[in-house]
Unconditional design. Structure first.
Length: 576
């Protein structure tokens, strides 16, 4: 049943003939609005993450105007509401520290203003989960507009991919095989346009996940940011949200257990970022959907990587993916691994949305019979070193480390780690396991992307380009290598990672999903008795609240008081 004007939230602000509503109307008129702007039509929030310090979102000031055009075309009234920009490159120590703050900001911006639905503009790593978490918790109809990837990078005739090639060329510079001129050439050629990373890093991963979940116009996540189709998509999203409001198409009708499995399957098939695990769990839990590490691992074991995009793939980038048919074509290749009966923001099923899609380049988007990697992008490991789990990206590592044991070299901080990796004469072999701890949700603080531990100079000069690395931190989705991440519980709160010492033997078996230190329970208990908790990172402010309420990586790093199962829904504001 379609809503009437009287059913709209915004009508509570503007429709009554009373003192308060007169005040709302007069102040709207102060901005140039008239009765035609609020009477009989929905007001749509345009939630914009643009800022002058957000390179990935630098075009979203313009795209907001295209969204507004679409809203006006469909008979709605747009109202732009700026929120945090989540600039991955600029926010320190990490944008992950502020993801939940951003989600709160989105939720409260929607709750406190006279709006009936929302268009969410974002794409850089933490913006997508923050926007969706906040909007889901509010429960209004919303549609997500992915920022889109930048154009392919280029240097000396070679394609460059965000992050992935930075790590590669940095290793070569530290090994002495390239000089400053080449390094500067990479710097000037790797980011040639606005838009997010054009590898299948966290940004492209999260945009694809939102698409697979049905939260944006199907296929929108694949459109490069500078392509004219991106403007048309933004306007179409503006038009669509107006009908979604009238149809009361709320997120609970789209984010179901079945569509969540679709989102996870899409993530695994794209060769997704390890960060996807944390954000998928957090978003699903906000929607009241029980999703855990084991659920993700089960889907990963039966979903091969079929997107041949760096870093899991070899030759291609997101621009190539778009030309090959994009996410719609990938979903066609996945076939019955997806539930195509799920609903999308268009009001149509996923099956209807991809019915006409084609794969135009089967080396970019591989068929299931010829995958890039035989299992999904991510694997979940458990054992006495990670009782609550750890993650690794097997498709993007040297296969020799799939089953491995070796002595640990332990760093208690990133500063200590840098001393180890920059020492050309540090005594180590490629069989050692380099460990960074105290870099998790509380230890970082905020779980920075320090888990992409650079290769030590001592090994680089010997010609080695991979080794097993272990951390309670995260890594950029553009990264690669044998990096085990998200060890839970983290060392800072006394997880087993806090107890190991240099020389302890670490055992990894990815096919059997195990991660252990060669110590007995008695030896671990003895060490625990002597462990001293580190001093708190914060004594005031947001950081203090963060430390008191942040959950561990296996639970999505949300605040404990924001879970769907925590207490009653927040009431609508009183209009008085």
């Amino acid at each position: 049943m379609k809503k009437s004007y009287e059913d709209l939230r915004s009508a509570r602000w503007f429709a009554p003939d009373d003192l308060r509503s007169m005040g709302h109307r007069s102040r709207a008129m102060q901005m140039g609005w008239t009765d035609e702007d609020w009477h009989g039509k929905p007001i749509i929030a345009v939630i914009n993450t643009w800022s002058d310090l957000s390179p990935c979102h630098h075009h979203l000031r313009d795209r907001a105007e295209w969204v507004k055009r679409g809203i006006l075309q469909a008979g709605g009234t747009p109202a732009e509401l700026p929120v945090s920009d989540f600039a991955e490159q600029m926010l320190k120590p990490t944008s992950m520290l502020y993801r939940n703050l951003g989600a709160i900001e989105v939720e409260e911006a929607l709750r406190s203003h006279p709006v009936d639905g929302a268009v969410l503009l974002g794409g850089c790593d933490k913006s997508t989960p923050a926007l969706i978490m906040g909007a889901v918790s509010m429960g209004l109809p919303f549609i997500y507009v992915p920022a889109g990837a930048m154009l392919r990078g280029n240097y000396a005739g070679e394609k460059l991919g965000s992050g992935t090639d930075v790590w590669k060329y940095w290793d070569e510079r530290r090994a002495g095989t390239i000089g400053k001129a080449e390094w500067d050439g990479v710097q000037g050629g790797i980011a040639r346009s606005y838009g997010t990373c054009m590898t299948m890093g966290t940004a492209s991963t999260m945009m694809s996940i939102a698409d697979g979940w049905g939260l944006c116009l199907t296929g929108a996540s694949s459109i490069p940011a500078p392509d004219a189709a991106h403007k048309r998509m933004a306007a179409a999203s503006g038009r669509r949200i107006v009908d979604m409001v009238w149809d009361d198409l709320t997120p609970d009708k789209i984010m179901t257990e079945a569509s969540t499995r679709n989102a996870v399957t899409v993530a695994m098939a794209t060769g997704c970022s390890t960060n996807a695990i944390i954000h998928l769990i957090a978003m699903a839990r906000r929607a009241g959907i029980p999703l855990g590490l084991d659920d993700l691992d089960v889907i990963g074991r039966t979903t091969p990587v079929i997107a041949n995009i760096r870093p899991s793939g070899k030759d291609y980038l997101m621009e190539d993916f778009f030309y090959a048919g994009g996410l719609r074509a990938l979903m066609v290749e996945l076939g019955d691994k997806l539930d195509l009966s799920t609903l999308t923001v268009s009001g149509k099923t996923m099956g209807e949305e991809i019915a006409e899609a084609k794969n135009y380049q089967d080396d970019v988007i591989r068929p299931l019979a010829n995958p890039v990697y035989h299992e999904g992008s991510l694997a979940v490991l458990r054992g006495n070193l990670a009782p609550d789990g750890a993650v690794i990206k097997p498709a993007a590592m040297d296969p020799r480390y799939q089953t491995h044991s070796g002595p640990a070299i332990v760093a208690d901080s990133y500063a200590a780690l840098k001393e180890i990796i920059n020492d050309e004469d540090y005594p180590m072999t490629p069989d050692h396991v380099l460990v960074l701890r105290n870099a998790g949700p509380q230890g970082g603080p905020g779980m920075p992307e320090w888990g992409m531990i650079p290769m030590p100079k001592a090994l680089l000069k010997q010609g080695h380009r991979d080794m097993l690395r272990l951390s309670d931190a995260r890594m950029s989705g553009t990264s690669y290598g044998a990096c085990i991440l998200h060890v839970a519980p983290e060392a800072f709160i006394g997880g087993p990672l806090a107890l190991i010492e240099t020389g302890d033997v670490i055992e990894v078996d990815i096919p059997n999903r195990s991660l252990n230190v060669r110590l007995t329970d008695e030896e671990l208990a003895q060490r625990r008795a002597g462990w001293v908790a580190p001093a708190p990172r914060y004594e005031r402010g947001y950081g203090f609240m963060f430390s008191k309420h942040i959950e561990q990586a296996d639970k999505g790093c949300d605040f404990d008081f924001l879970r769907t199962e925590f207490g009653a829904p927040v009431p609508e504001p009183e209009i008085n």
